[in-house]
Design a protein around this ligand. Structure first.
Ligand SMILES: NC(=O)c1ccc[n+]([C@@H]2O[C@H](COP(=O)([O-])OP(=O)(O)OC[C@H]3O[C@@H](n4cnc5c(N)ncnc54)[C@H](O)[C@@H]3O)[C@@H](O)[C@H]2O)c1
Length: 349
């Protein structure tokens, strides 16, 4: 029987772990009981939220027996942490990417499906009403046949962000940390991505991982897409600041995704829908802009509310481990394409 107040624990009290802690603390019916993180700063985070501090997450799981766990560890540690939860029968929300390699993701998916323990992957934008509305508009044919999409994730990260070594190394670059959210949204809205071709560059920061990339996409539907990404570029063209959903970024209303179909175009997150006045209209006729305002600012709040339902057995994960693995396969295809300078099909990995 689920307890009236759900007891949560967090693995990793860093940048996003602290945000999850604050969200749990602000959510009725949720209690943060413990944080596991060997970093000295995490002890302070735990005491700030009145939670017990553990150095080792396995000891935390065994002693605290939480109802649900949020995994906010460096990417390479996700799979083993998810499996530790599954082995103890505890549902978890694992931050994206679900794992850092497809091998690790496959092990994790097999373990979760065998044990039938729910794993929710932290692609929080799927819990945002604007993303859901865009999918609905396209599926219902409001854009006609989808021709293509142009997406951008461009932002300037500060130097101290890279003090954490994992963010400079393979498995921790902006493709796996940031663009994976956009690729997940595009898969969700437009359907599976059959092939990718990428150019990646580390010429600005000079780290082992990329700082910038341009990517061409071919969707299974026949639609095509282009994506531009950099974590070294000053720009308002990224979902995090454009949508006002992020927990620690300013809101700079702009657009990050542009969908074009045979009947209309749609920009997100502004939700501007451009159409001719009549069905017969063409490129020499004016377009009319219709604006659908949706509050997407609650993506993380909605995600936690959904996770609480997953924990009590009242919902299946909106982004399952298997779904997260498909998004991971697509982003890893982009990484490989950039390295090998050739088109890559995610299902060939
Ligand atoms: N969904 C989002 O919006 C979002 C935003 C930021 C980060 N993330 C993801 O969250 C994860 C964490 O990112 P971050 O930016 O918070 O990283 P971070 O480096 O700030 O925090 C990671 C924390 O994990 C701790 N840690 C390392 N090894 C550990 C272990 N064995 N046991 C317990 N704790 C350990 C570190 O000490 C650190 O405090 C990454 O997977 C990242 O991709 C998601």
């Amino acid at each position: 029987m689920p307890a009236e107040v759900l007891r949560f624990a967090i693995m990793g009290g860093g940048l996003i772990g602290r945000e999850h802690a604050a969200l749990i603390a602000a959510t009725p019916g949720a209690d943060l009981v413990a944080i596991a993180d060997p970093a000295p700063a995490a002890k302070l985070v735990a005491s700030e939220f009145g939670a017990r501090h553990y150095l080792d997450y396995r000891t935390m799981l065994d002693e605290m027996r939480p109802d649900g766990v949020i995994i906010a560890l460096p990417n390479a540690l996700h799979a083993q942490a998810v499996i530790a939860c599954i082995e103890r029968g505890i549902p978890c929300l694992v931050e994206k990417p679900v794992a850092d390699t497809l091998e690790a993701a496959r092990d994790l998916v097999a373990a979760a499906e065998r044990a039938d323990i729910p794993v929710l992957v932290g692609h929080q934008r799927r819990h945002s009403p604007d993303i859901a509305k865009a999918k609905q508009l396209i599926e219902e044919g409001h854009l006609g046949r989808l021709v293509g999409v142009n997406a951008m994730w461009l932002a300037d990260k500060p130097e101290p962000y890279f003090d954490a070594a994992w963010r400079r190394q393979a498995g921790g670059g902006p493709l796996l940390i940031n663009l994976i959210h956009d690729i997940d949204c595009l898969r969700f809205i437009c359907g599976d991505i059959a092939e990718v071709m990428a150019f990646t560059s580390n010429s600005v920061r000079g780290f082992e991982v990329e700082d910038s990339a341009s990517v061409s996409l071919r969707f299974s539907s026949g639609a095509v897409g282009t994506v531009l990404m950099s974590d070294a570029a000053v720009s308002p063209y990224n979902w995090d600041t454009a949508a006002g959903q992020a927990l620690y970024f300013p809101h700079q209303p702009e657009n990050a995704y542009f969908f074009s179909g045979t009947k209309a175009a749609l920009a997100l997150p502004s939700m501007d829908l451009w159409k001719h006045e009549t069905e017969e209209g063409h490129w020499q006729d004016p377009l009319v802009k219709r604006h659908v305002t949706l509050d997407g600012s609650r993506a993380y709040v909605n995600q936690l509310a959904h996770f609480m339902k997953v924990v009590t057995g009242d919902a299946k994960p909106l982004v399952s481990a298997r779904d997260g693995m498909m998004t991971l396969a697509t982003i890893l295809a982009i990484v490989r394409s950039g390295r090998e300078r050739r088109p890559v099909n995610p299902s060939d990995l």
